[in-house]
Design a protein around this ligand. Structure first.
Ligand code: SF4
Ligand code: SF4
Length: 485
């Protein structure tokens, strides 16, 4: 039986004992230590591949998917127009956004408390794109870790230049694709195609963003890589406050693995089993495959993105030395130290309660949201007028936002007082889909309905006989002597 034990990365730069005092990606002089993670193989890797295919398909096809004519997802910050699952939202829907944001944060907290960084390893776009797209391209062109290392230190021959050129050209191509995908989530595919097809001089800003996004993604995936998770991502930093002894993480089982020790030359598995040693043969494969360069045997660390590569690596070793799989596995501290199964803790219960309440509130806000949003305010600087018949007139500015994907004819009605209400300039007000309509409205009342020169108006906003909402405003007139009324 021979098991390779030469997977350990070069140790001259890193002392694996003082791992908490430094980053594995930085050497003693503070220079970047480039990682060459070995290609993972195994059942968890394949599961992640299948999930990544689905996620990449959703990500790249998302901007083209329409629900009721609206994009699946659109975050048009420039025009302040947002579409989520085909429903159009406006900046005026701030309460819905605030509740959705709270719901999102709470879901992250409860999810992290229960399942650790499952998001990072399986669904985060940074991990999916880095490990399932760019890393695979790198393996395909430059080979596995040892070949990549050899290529890096090799002289600049024609073969090396060709490989590097090809790799970076493909990286740049995919960065362009990803940058444009992001842009189409912001401005929509129609505008994106217009930028591509039109005279470039008309779209300097759009083209600048295309170039900027391409370069940012290229720098991220070609150079910055795992440092985005370690230095930039806030989630990686604050997740340590959410983990507890029942959180499921990728973990090494020291009860089984220690005392670790190399499988000595000529040592039989039977002999090893009878000796006082653990299952870990200190082969270093779990470290060699790690895309963040850490040693999972040191315990849960901030850099660990729970990618499962070390589980597969160790399982392959356990298969070869005929020991049960799972020396590195998904498990909580309690499950590993005490053999306890997954436990639903009061903390999770509390988070779940908040999560349920927020989800119910969000559903209520979305389903009771009016199709239109109306503001009805007195025209700035306009004073009241007295008509020839002695009635009082006030001029107002009406703004109606149509949040739907169909044109809406709108009628206004005074709800609480007798009087006249005229929309100026149009015989029928129709608010185009997903647009804001603005016009002036004249309201005329009898002076007798005013109390101390004022009245409160309730105006119903109707469409096809259905009242959509009621808005309130003030009506101003002269202060009349009650004896003259
Ligand atoms: S935990 Fe597994 S993969 Fe890692 S060094 Fe030990 S035996 Fe090798
Ligand atoms: S320690 Fe394991 S799970 Fe964590 S990042 Fe490294 S390989 Fe992935």
């Amino acid at each position: 039986m021979s098991v390779s034990q030469d997977h350990k990365p070069p140790t001259e730069e890193v002392n694996w004992e003082d791992f908490r005092d430094h980053l594995t990606t930085v050497d003693k002089e503070g220079h970047r230590r480039w990682l060459f993670p070995k290609m993972p193989q195994g059942r968890w890797y394949w599961r992640r591949i299948y999930v990544s295919w689905l996620l990449l398909a959703i990500m790249f096809l998302g901007p083209f998917i329409r629900i009721n004519g609206n994009p699946l997802l659109l975050f048009n910050i420039v025009e302040r127009r947002f579409s989520i699952l085909g429903r159009i939202f406006w900046p005026q829907d701030t309460v819905i956004f605030a509740v959705a944001m709270l719901l999102f944060i709470t879901s992250i907290i409860i999810f992290t408390t229960a399942f650790g960084r499952l998001w990072c390893g399986w669904t985060c776009p940074q991990t999916v794109l880095m490990e399932m797209l760019f890393r695979k391209i790198e393996y395909a062109i430059e080979g596995d870790a040892s070949e990549q290392r050899a290529l890096r230190s090799a002289p600049w021959t024609r073969k090396k230049i060709a490989k590097k050129f090809l790799k970076h050209a493909i990286f740049l191509g995919f960065s362009f694709l990803i940058g444009n995908t992001l842009l189409s989530y912001i401005i929509g595919t129609d505008q994106l195609f217009q930028i591509v097809a039109d005279d470039p001089r008309k779209h300097i800003a759009g083209l600048s963003f295309m170039v900027l996004f391409t370069l940012v993604f290229y720098a991220l995936f070609a150079r910055f890589r795992e440092q985005a998770c370690t230095f930039i991502c806030p989630y990686g930093r604050f997740q340590s406050t959410m983990l507890d002894e029942n959180t499921m993480v990728v973990a090494y089982d020291p009860m089984r693995g220690e005392q670790r020790g190399h499988l000595r030359q000529g040592e039989t598995l039977e002999h090893r089993r009878s000796a006082e040693v653990g299952d870990c043969i200190d082969c270093g494969l779990c470290v060699a495959v790690c895309p963040t360069g850490i040693d999972i045997r040191n315990g849960t660390q901030m850099e660990c993105i729970n990618c499962t590569a070390c589980i597969d690596a160790c399982d392959s070793i356990m298969d070869r030395i005929k020991r049960p799989r799972g020396l590195v596995r998904y498990g909580s501290l309690n499950s590993i130290e005490r053999g306890e199964h997954f436990k639903f803790t009061p903390r999770m219960g509390g988070y779940l309660g908040v999560l349920g309440a927020l989800a119910a509130l969000l559903a209520l806000l979305i389903f009771t949201r009016s199709d239109v949003e109306t503001t009805f305010l007195r025209a700035p600087g306009a004073l009241f007028q007295t008509t020839e018949s002695g009635r009082i007139e006030n001029l107002y500015i009406l703004k109606v936002i149509n949040k739907t994907s169909r044109d809406i004819p709108v009628q206004l009605k005074l709800e609480n007082l007798a009087g006249d209400l005229r929309v100026m300039g149009v015989s029928e007000l129709v608010v185009p889909k997903e647009k804001l309509a603005q016009t002036s409205v004249l309201v005329e009342l009898d002076a007798s309905v005013l109390r101390e020169g004022k009245a409160k108006l309730q105006i119903g906003v109707y469409s096809e006989g259905k009242r959509l909402e009621v808005v309130h405003t003030a009506f101003i007139g002269p202060r009349l002597n009650p004896s003259t009324l």
